[in-house]
Write a protein of this length. Structure first.
Length: 250
């Protein structure tokens, strides 16, 4: 049994009912390729291994590599950080791709953005993340939780909060509750300069209490071309309106 490492943000899920429920949330078939992020001791892998012939395990903790190879001989174990992974190299590039994992809290957002930026490479992502972050992913305009993560997630995928997980289910016990989310990445990205779109979203929400006319003043060169109401605040816009806004500004 591995001793959790604080520097890797490791909290091992021990509740087998929850583990089974997470595995069942994946919509993959037997022939599809499944990538699990951070399997650790293989608690979730136990439920994935019998179901999927093409299972890839991405693990950064060197202590777990030999253990995983021995316990799951037909899975492909990669000693790699998910943030450094090249999806095309990791997978065999044959069937549909799915990704699943219990994400470390401290790098949740970078992992989410990496998956969303993959251009529909995955059919579905199932992640267990901090409950507060999960609520932000599915948040609606004019709510406190609605922000940069909400807009970008909803522009690039269809997110769903599936169920919550008590902190008591982990060892060691974290200070927050968790939630399991499903993301269905869109095959097509918004028809706009994506880098500029992200700049517009980030700039607007960095001063979310200001009207867009003020928050985006450094990006506005011609008010007559902008079809979005600039008297609104960032938190009042639907995700799709940010695409319209970015096109107008560009």
């Amino acid at each position: 049994m591995l001793k959790p490492k604080k520097n890797l943000g490791q909290h091992f899920l021990r509740d087998h009912q929850v583990l089974h429920k997470i595995a069942l949330s994946l919509r993959a078939s037997e022939e599809d390729e499944v990538i699990e992020i951070g399997p650790g001791e293989g608690a979730l892998t136990d439920y994935l291994y019998p179901e999927y012939r093409h299972l890839h395990l991405l693990e950064i903790d060197r202590r777990a590599i030999g253990f995983l190879n021995k316990r799951f001989p037909n899975a492909t174990v990669h000693h790699s950080s998910v943030l450094d992974a090249d999806w095309e190299i990791v997978t065999e590039a044959k069937g549909n791709k799915y990704i699943i994992g219990n994400l470390p809290y401290y790098i949740t957002s970078p992992i989410l953005f990496k998956v969303l930026d993959s251009g529909g490479f995955f059919e579905q992502a199932v992640f267990m993340i901090q409950k507060e972050v999960a609520e932000r992913l599915v948040a609606k305009p004019r709510t406190k939780a609605y922000g940069i993560l909400s807009v970008q997630t909803q522009l690039f995928s269809e997110p769903e909060l599936l169920f919550t997980v008590s902190r008591e289910a982990f060892q060691p016990r974290p200070n927050v509750d968790s939630a399991v989310v499903s993301l269905l990445p869109f095959k097509e990205k918004p028809d706009v300069d994506i880098a500029f779109l992200k700049t517009v979203i980030r700039t607007a929400f960095n001063q979310r209490r200001k009207k867009l006319s003020n928050a985006l003043s450094g990006l506005i060169t011609d008010h007559s071309r902008i079809s979005v109401d600039l008297s609104k605040r960032a938190e009042e816009l639907e995700p799709g309106e940010f695409v319209i806004l970015a096109r107008s500004l560009k």
